[in-house]
Design a protein around this ligand. Structure first.
Ligand code: FNR
Length: 362
C-alpha cells in the first residue's frame, strides 16, 4: 500500500485508518463485524464518513494567530481538546484491561470518557484510573435497576449522565445476524446483574424500555444531581424538545449508523440543530470523526465537541492504554495543525466561514 495510510504495512500507525487496519488483524471476524458493523445496508454508517470526506476547509494565511490552543471548557470542566470518548459497550472485547486502560489514556489526554451501561469493567475500577467520567444510560424496563446503576456511578465520582435516546431496541444489524453473534466467554456487563446479555439484540429487546418519553429526562434529574445530556438527536425539533425537557446538553448522533439505517449523517444535520439550539446548551456530535480536520469541520458547523467511538477501540486492541493515548493524540495534533493552517487560535474562533460547501457532492 502507498499513500497516507502506508504506515499500516510497517506496523507503525500514523493515522486512525492505520489503527483500524492493524486492529482488524488481531480480532475474530465476528467481533470485528460487531464493532464495525451498522444497521441495514449500512447507508448511514457510510454516510457519516462521506459527510466528512465532502468537507473542504478554507486556509487563511498571515493571520498572526500563533500556536493554537485546542482546550475548551464544557459543563464546568477544562478539556485539553474538544474530543471525548464515545460510549461503546464492552471495551474488554478489544483488550482485557478494557475501560480501565481507556480511562487511563483519556486521563493522559485530558479528555472525558463516556462509560457505557454495558462496560466490561466496574465503575469503581474505571474511576480509580482518574479520567473525567460520564455515564451513558440505557433506561431499562426495570427502573430500579436503572436507578441503582446511576447511583453507583455517581458514588464512584462520575460527572454527567448521557441518556441514549435512539435505542428503544437495537437496530437490525445483518452482520451480527449472519454471524449469529454472541459475546465471547468472559465478556460481561460488569455493572449489571442481568441474564441473557450474551446475545445483545435479544437482551435489549427484553430489557430496554421501548415506551420511554421525554419525562425520562426529568426522572433522571430527580434521582441524580448530575447534568443530563441526551444522545441520539438528529432533528432541530428534538434538540429543542430535549432542552425543554431539562437536558443540560445534547449529542447529535445516529449511534454510529447502528440504529435507523437511512438516518442522515450527523455532520449534515449539525448546522440546523446548532442554529435551533442557539447556544442554549452544549452540542456534541459523534459518528465518522476520523481526523483532526473532521473535528475542526464539526466545530465550525456548530459543535462544541465531538466524540470518537470505533477508533478508540482500535487503539485499545492494537496497544492497550498506549494505543488509545496515541489515537487521541493523533487527532488532537491533527486538529492543532488544521487550526494553524486555517489561521485560528482558539476553538471558539472556528466558525462556518472555515468550511467550503459542506453539503455539495464531490
Ligand atoms: C456503540 N455505541 C453505543 N452508544 C451508546 O449510547 N451506548 C453503547 O453501549 C454503545 N455501544 C456501542 C458499541 C459499539 C461496538 C459501537 C461501534 C458503538 C455508539 C457510540 O456511542 C457512538 O455513537 C458511535 O460509535 C460513534 O460513531 P463512530 O465514532 O464509531 O463512527
Amino acid at each position: 500500500m502507498s499513500g497516507p495510510d502506508a504506515g499500516t504495512r510497517t506496523a507503525n500507525p500514523l493515522t486512525l485508518t492505520d489503527y483500524a487496519t492493524l486492529a482488524r488483524t488481531g480480532m475474530s471476524s465476528a467481533v470485528w463485524d460487531f464493532l464495525e458493523g451498522g444497521a441495514g445496508q449500512e447507508r448511514t454508517l457510510a454516510d457519516n464518513l462521506r459527510a466528512f470526506d465532502r468537507v473542504r476547509l478554507n486556509p487563511r494565511v498571515l493571520t498572526g494567530a500563533g500556536r493554537p490552543d485546542t482546550g475548551i471548557t464544557l459543563l464546568g470542566r477544562r478539556w485539553a481538546a474538544p474530543i471525548a470518548v464515545a460510549p461503546v459497550a464492552y471495551h474488554t472485547l478489544a483488550h482485557p484491561a478494557g475501560e480501565v486502560a481507556t480511562a487511563r489514556a483519556a486521563g493522559q489526554a485530558g479528555v472525558p470518557l463516556v462509560v457505557s451501561t454495558f462496560a466490561g469493567r466496574t465503575f469503581e475500577d474505571i474511576a480509580a484510573a482518574a479520567a473525567p467520567l460520564w455515564l451513558q444510560v440505557y433506561c431499562f424496563r426495570d427502573r430500579d435497576a436503572t436507578r441503582q446503576l446511576v447511583e453507583r456511578a455517581e458514588r464512584a465520582g462520575f460527572e454527567a449522565l448521557v441518556l441514549t435516546a435512539d435505542a428503544p431496541h437495537l437496530g437490525r444489524r445483518p452482520r451480527d445476524l449472519r454471524n449469529d453473534f454472541t459475546l465471547p466467554a468472559g465478556i460481561e456487563p460488569a455493572n449489571l446483574t442481568t441474564d441473557g446479555f450474551a446475545a445483545p439484540a435479544a437482551h435489549a429487546l427484553a430489557q430496554f424500555d421501548p415506551s420511554l418519553d421525554w419525562s425520562v429526562v426529568e426522572w433522571l434529574r430527580s434521582i441524580s444531581s448530575l447534568p443530563v445530556l441526551v444522545k441520539g438527536i438528529l432533528t432541530a425539533a428534538d434538540a429543542i424538545r430535549a432542552i425543554e425537557a431539562g437536558a443540560h446538553g445534547i449529542v447529535v448522533s445516529n449511534h454510529g449508523g447502528r440504529q435507523l439505517d437511512g438516518a442522515p449523517a450527523t455532520l449534515d444535520v449539525l448546522p440546523e440543530i446548532a442554529a435551533a439550539v442557539a447556544g442554549a446548551c452544549p452540542v456534541l456530535l459523534d459518528g465518522g470523526v476520523r481526523r483532526g480536520a473532521d473535528v475542526l469541520a464539526a466545530l465550525a458547523l456548530g459543535a462544541d465537541a465531538v466524540l470518537l467511538g470505533r477508533p478508540v477501540l482500535h487503539g485499545l486492541a492494537v496497544a492497550e492504554q498506549e494505543g488509545v493515548r496515541h489515537v487521541l493524540s493523533i487527532v488532537t495534533d491533527e486538529l492543532r495543525e488544521a487550526m494553524t493552517l486555517t489561521g485560528i487560535r482558539t476553538v471558539a474562533d472556528a466558525g462556518p466561514e472555515l468550511v467550503r460547501a459542506p453539503n455539495s457532492a464531490p
